[in-house]
Design a protein. Structure first.
Length: 357
């Protein structure tokens, strides 16, 4: 069987983005499973050392994929004996095409998001195959964009659980002694992420007398509008906006809310489930792969602030149910989204592609 050392991963940057987060967790799983893909990136990033810790540094090529200036990256890939190129996002397709063509090897791409423009790009992708991180993305590509299902393989993102020790689920998950609970949402501040609905739900919870702190973790184009909405709803003094979205911040939450209007899979939800943080999410896209309503979390309709408030209140008021959902959520991540298990599925797909090449 071909060695996965002969596979090249392409990233824009090893930074705090969801694509980079997913790649480095899966890369750790690949290494522990005995496979060592090379990783090239266009720009350096604040999380490059996370890749270094796993075993091999990310190589930075600012001109990666350029016809003339990108020759050094092509030579380096040739020296590594690369037999397959894997673009970790649709943004890297043009650069991946250049290297794959120069080496005469197949090109794969990962579909991470339900973004309409990204799906249109993937619909005309003429490489070897598309890796969809959820069934929802596969269905949208096949049904709405006519991509043959034979060209799509569903392989979810995985989490390196060695970085996320199993939480303590002993006891009944009793309330929050000596403090008020913290309820928050994490992600890019953008219209499709639904933070406006979250703020409207906060207004409802405050009107009901729910004693909690509310946090919006993240940054993005919607930040000014969200701050204005908080003022308009007269909740600005009860909501903290924090620009950083480091995953470790999830452990500071007692409930994670994912109010998204569309979602490829839901990395923040997956992380929260692994860390023992109960989740409330909307019934969109890949969140169906993670949340089984009443078991691994609570699911509500999208764009429904009252329904969102009801679910948050339910979790806060029922310690026993909250703890049981935390336990089942962790079990699901261990069973379906462990990076080492996902890496094995990815390696098998690589082998299939190489055998067909």
């Amino acid at each position: 069987m071909p060695d996965c050392l002969n596979v090249l991963w392409l990233l824009d940057s090893p930074d705090h983005s969801g694509t980079s987060f997913a790649a480095r967790h899966l890369w750790g799983g690949m290494h522990r499973a005995g496979h060592k893909p090379a990783v090239f990136a266009v720009r350096n990033g604040e999380n490059a050392r996370d890749f270094d810790m796993v075993g091999s540094p990310v190589k930075i090529y600012p001109h990666l994929g350029r016809m003339l200036l990108g020759k050094s990256a092509v030579r380096a890939a040739a020296d590594l004996g690369v037999r397959l190129v894997h673009a970790q996002s649709s943004d890297m397709i043009p650069r991946g095409k250049h290297i794959a063509k120069a080496l005469g090897v197949p090109l794969l791409v990962t579909a991470n998001r339900m973004d309409p423009d990204e799906l249109k790009t993937l619909a005309v992708f003429d490489g070897k195959g598309i890796i969809a991180v959820s069934e929802a993305i596969r269905e949208r590509l096949a049904n709405a964009h006519g991509v043959p299902q034979s060209r799509i393989r569903v392989i979810p993102n995985g989490l390196d659980l060695s970085r996320m020790p199993k939480p303590d689920f002993n006891g009944d998950g009793a309330s929050f002694p000596g403090r008020v609970p913290v309820v928050g949402t994490l992600g890019q501040l953008a219209a499709q992420k639904g933070q406006r609905v979250f703020l409207q739900a906060v207004r409802t919870l405050i009107d009901r007398g729910i004693d909690a702190e509310y946090v919006v973790l993240g940054d993005g184009p919607d930040r000014p509008a969200l701050r204005s909405l908080a003022e308009e709803l007269e909740i600005a003094k009860r909501v903290t906006f924090t620009p950083q979205t480091v995953s470790g911040q999830l452990t500071q939450l007692d409930v994670l809310v994912e109010p998204s209007l569309r979602e490829g899979l839901g990395l923040s939800v997956m992380q929260a489930m692994a860390m023992g943080v109960p989740v409330v999410g909307t019934g969109v896209g890949g969140l169906y792969s993670l949340i089984e309503d009443g078991k691994t979390g609570l699911m509500v309709a999208a764009n429904d602030p009252v329904g969102l408030a009801d679910a948050i209140e339910r979790i806060l008021r029922d310690p026993a149910e909250r703890n049981e959902m935390r336990r089942q959520a962790r079990e699901l991540v261990e069973k379906e989204f462990n990076a080492e298990l996902v890496a094995q599925r990815l390696a098998e797909y690589y082998r299939e592609c190489l055998e067909e090449a």
